[in-house]
Design a protein around this ligand. Structure first.
Ligand code: ARG
Length: 458
């Protein structure tokens, strides 16, 4: 047991109580952030004359050495220490002596850990933003290639109206674009430096908090020391944003599983991203999609866990807050893994375009357009709706699509039909007449794609 306190204690901590409260097993992941924060703190202490230049130099060299040694594996972070902060300070003091003991001047582990978590969150937000961008690149390239790949659009999982694969992928482009915007928003709101808030009430040392904030790339210092050490809003916001990302991936995964089913056969997932069955030789399962869908639960769980941990906590720091780490780390790792795997699966997936198109043909997705045809020839919409309803029934009896009927058959249902109805209800016409902004028509989608290309260039 190696801890930074103990002076006022007359007894050793119970070993299992000590282990129960120690956080090194999971906060060791923050070693880089902890060292980076300590270096900025030491520089600021020297600038303010609180440390001598020589002491600061020794501390900085010592911290650089620790960082390098942990990175190259020659220094192991062991559970002998209570947390990552104790580890870094203890090793520093072993290596440079007295100057190491001065590093913690004007600082508490409360503002230190708040800083570490913010540095970590910033880095992860940037990374997740980057991998979402790669997913968007894949989506956009599918969009560019499939302006005339017709497929059924669904409501209630029933074929509704024809759309294109471009249009369908575009819906997900919008979702993941919003996800990136949410991450950007969180970054902007949280990027203020808590260091210098002390345990809760600031410090009597003449710290320059603006300088520390600037050294660490923050917009400025936080403005209330009580809030600074107890605020985990940014983690809750991040977990909420991650939950939404998973919700999007899960919806997409669900669709891919349906499309990959024997009955639909709209897509074939590449061998590299499917697995087989130990007993049924014919199987090729969409495991990646299913697992991404499944992992959504644990990310939602992380959000609920942290919200509940923070609920009713009195100001300022309470040890409960230490519970922020494991759920956040787990959620971040699983979201990153999910986005990366999903991107790989999507970029190698084969779309069975003919099957998609014939599914749109067979599903009466042009029924609305057939009704519109009658309306354009003077029939009231409500009457047209009824006529096309009867037409659909007739088609179902005959096992035919609307445009597979002869003109005589059509005329028997309504004399208004003429030869030009075939052109009017073709999938191509149904889609390409829909050119209001955001609609599936090729001209409308080309405009949107142009904007997306521009967006991804930034
Ligand atoms: N391990 C603690 C955490 O993660 C660090 C802060 C400890 N502060 C304290 N007063 N015990 O929250």
């Amino acid at each position: 047991m190696a801890q930074l306190w103990g002076g006022r204690f007359t007894k050793q901590t119970d070993k299992s109580a000590y282990d129960f409260q120690a956080s090194i097993s999971f906060d060791k992941r923050l070693y880089q952030q902890d060292i980076e924060g300590s270096m900025a703190h030491a520089k600021m202490l020297a600038k303010q004359g609180i440390l001598s230049d020589e002491e600061a130099r020794q501390i900085l060299t010592g911290l650089e050495g620790i960082l390098k040694d942990v990175q190259n594996g020659t220094l192991e972070i062991t559970s002998e220490y209570e947390d990552i902060h104790s580890f870094v300070e203890a090793v520093l003091t072993q290596r440079i002596g007295n100057a190491g003991k001065k590093l913690h001047t004007g600082r508490s582990r409360n503002d230190q850990v708040a800083l570490d978590m913010k540095l970590y969150t910033r880095q992860e937000i940037t990374q997740i933003n980057g991998i979402l961008k790669e997913l968007l690149e894949v989506l956009l390239s599918i969009m560019e290639d499939n302006l005339d790949t017709y497929m059924p659009g669904f409501t209630h999982l029933q074929k509704a109206q024809p759309i294109t694969l471009t249009h369908h992928m575009g819906a997900y482009f919008e979702m993941f674009k919003r996800d990136r915007q949410r991450l950007d928003d969180i970054y902007k709101r949280m990027n203020y430096c808590p260091l210098g808030s002390g345990a809760l009430a600031g410090t009597t040392y003449p710290l320059d908090r603006d300088y520390t904030a600037e050294l660490l790339g923050f917009y400025g210092p936080t403005l209330n020391s009580l809030d600074s050490v107890s605020d985990r809003d940014y983690l809750i916001e991040l977990l909420a944003a991650l939950a939404v990302i998973m919700m999007h991936l899960s919806r997409f995964s669900e669709e891919i599983s349906i499309w990959n089913s024997n009955e639909y056969n709209f897509v074939e997932i590449d061998d590299a991203y499917s697995t087989g069955s130990s007993i049924m030789p014919q199987k090729k399962n969409p495991d990646i999609a299913e697992l991404v869908r499944g992992k959504t639960g644990r990310v939602y769980g992380a959000l609920m866990a942290l919200l509940t941990t923070m609920k009713a906590l009195p100001l300022a720091y309470d040890k409960d807050i230490q519970e922020d780490k494991e759920v956040t780390f787990d959620a971040i790792e699983n979201v990153k893994g999910s986005v990366i795997m999903f991107t790989g699966m999507l970029s190698t997936m084969k779309f069975n375009k003919d099957i998609m198109e014939s599914s749109a043909m067979k599903g009466f997705t042009n029924a609305t357009d057939a009704a519109d045809y009658l309306v354009n020839h003077g029939v009231a919409f409500r009457d047209a709706h009824g006529i096309i309803g009867r037409l659909v029934l007739y088609c179902q009896e005959k096992g035919k699509a609307i445009d597979e009927l002869s003109l005589n058959e059509l005329k028997a249902i309504s004399p208004v039909f003429e030869q030009d109805v075939y052109e009017a209800v073709s999938l191509e016409a149904c889609v390409n007449r829909r050119i209001t902004t955001g609609a599936p028509g090729a001209d409308a989608m080309k405009e949107v794609i142009k904007g997306y290309r521009e967006y991804l260039r930034q």
